[in-house]
Design a protein around this ligand. Structure first.
Ligand code: AMP
Ligand code: GLY
Length: 421
């Protein structure tokens, strides 16, 4: 089978790495990929951007691609799946309507509300003056969310009224994130521990993946600005067997039912960001894709044939499908460029990337090969991922490999997987 993977991050490297292990796989193209994807067996990078829908379509037709798997949200929200399906190409990902689960916070919150799924209380604003009045009288902390896609920068948890007003100004008046901030969701602050619950859907059936948890804040102790994710591990003890069932039947299934009621069929990965407070589980967000960096530790633990699974999901054949997992724990540490998530420099040569072993894999997030040298090429640069018998063991193995890697201005959190449970 010839596969096209769309995207260029650590998630896409992990997808290509795992797909290449399948005997069903003859060739993988990654558009545009990175220095890591290029090194995987059967894999070749294609110089096409993830948002270049027409370019990707022409490529897929010309190469007679059997299955296209979309990594990031942007092409999904733009309607890549609709375009490919209109051209009779098999692909895995939600169509434009279904991708609104991530593309519009207002849409997502409305689905949750109509389906009676627990989530933070919220209000929607399209007028900054009315939003300002609301903030002047609301409880603090409060959470402001730009309605549209904002690459992880659209959510501000404000711990003071001044901070909330500043965020409002930056999103709705200064339009720091462009049209993503035309409308705003302002919601109550929730306490608890976050977990990521990701499922694979074929439009009818759901197969849950292993549970995971990521660390979104830049600094140790879960402090500092939100990022795309500074590290993740799987499984998380937060999702017990009982919680697993509860999330599946009381959150995921009713969400898909509500979408169906709106004539929206969901196919692809669906990511629920959960806030867990004792017995209480609330949905913080939905993403219309696999998580990054969650994909890296999750796929390190997957024993089943991933290509077979993706093919079945794309062809509505997930019924009675289950996934076999390695019992060990996997932990991924993101190495980033100084200044991330704001401004950072790229182009520094990277040293110390270890040889691949059965327990450690260095996934590339933002890298480029130049004159036979691997250089940094993004905010998140690498995700070092290790497997261990327990979380501590995975921590030791992963950080040992991480500590050997270096480039000018590199940094990483030292406490991934060390959150108090
Ligand atoms: P989101 O993209 O909606 O998941 O928001 C990004 C991050 O902001 C989440 O992972 C949480 O850490 C935080 N966050 C979002 N909504 C809330 C909330 N209602 N209460 C507390 N923290 C939140
Ligand atoms: N790790 C968070 C995300 O993928 O959105």
């Amino acid at each position: 089978m010839k596969v096209l993977v769309i995207g260029s991050g650590g998630r896409e490297h992990a997808l290509a790495w795992k797909l290449s292990q399948s005997e069903l796989c003859t060739k993988i193209y990654v558009a545009p990929g990175n220095a890591g994807t290029e090194e995987e067996p059967k894999t070749e990078n294609v110089d096409l951007k993830a948002e270049d829908l027409q370019g990707l379509l022409s490529f897929a037709k010309k190469q007679e691609i059997d299955l296209t798997i979309v990594g990031p949200e942007a092409p999904l929200v733009l309607g890549l799946i609709d375009l490919f399906e209109d051209n009779n190409l098999l692909c895995l990902g939600p169509n434009k309507l279904a991708a609104q689960m991530e593309g519009s916070k207002i849409f997502m919150k409305d689905v949750l509300k109509r389906a009676n799924i627990p989530t933070a209380d919220y209000k929607v604003f399209s007028d900054p003056l009315i939003a300002k009045k609301f903030i002047e009288n609301c409880d603090i902390p409060i959470v402001l969310k730009a309605d549209g896609l904002a690459g992880g920068k659209g959510v501000i948890v404000a711990f003071s009224r001044e901070e909330a007003l500043e965020a409002l100004n930056s999103l709705m008046v200064a339009k720091k994130l462009g049209s993503a901030g035309n409308n705003l969701v302002i919601e109550e602050f929730l306490n608890g521990e976050e977990a990521s619950f990701i499922v694979l859907c074929d439009g009818e059936n759901i197969v849950p993946l292993a549970s995971s948890q990521d660390h979104k804040q830049r600094d140790e102790g879960d402090k500092g600005p939100n990022t795309g994710g500074m590290g993740a591990f799987s499984p998380t003890p937060l999702i017990t067997e009982e919680f697993n069932k509860k999330v599946l039947y009381e959150i995921i299934q009713p969400t898909l039912n509500e979408l169906k009621r709106r004539n929206i069929v969901y196919k692809g990965f669906l990511y629920a960001g959960l806030m867990i407070d004792g017995e209480d589980i609330k949905v913080l967000e939905y993403n219309c894709r696999f998580g990054d960096p969650e994909t890296q530790p999750i796929l390190m633990r997957m024993k089943s044939d991933f290509l077979d699974l993706c093919f079945k999901a794309a062809s509505k054949k997930l019924q009675n499908q289950s996934i076999e997992w390695d019992d060990r724990f996997a932990l991924g540490v993101v190495m980033a460029s100084e200044g991330y998530p704001e401004n950072y420099k790229i182009g520094f040569p990277i040293s110390g990337i270890c040889e691949e072993s059965s327990s450690v894999k260095v996934f590339h997030c933002g890298t480029k090969k130049e004159l036979n040298e691997i250089r940094s090429n993004g905010g998140r640069v690498l995700c070092v991922t290790g497997l261990g018998d327990d979380l501590n063991d995975a921590y030791e193995i992963t950080y040992k490999a991480t500590s050997k890697i270096n480039w000018e201005g590199s940094f990483y959190r030292k406490d991934i997987g060390k959150r108090k449970q």
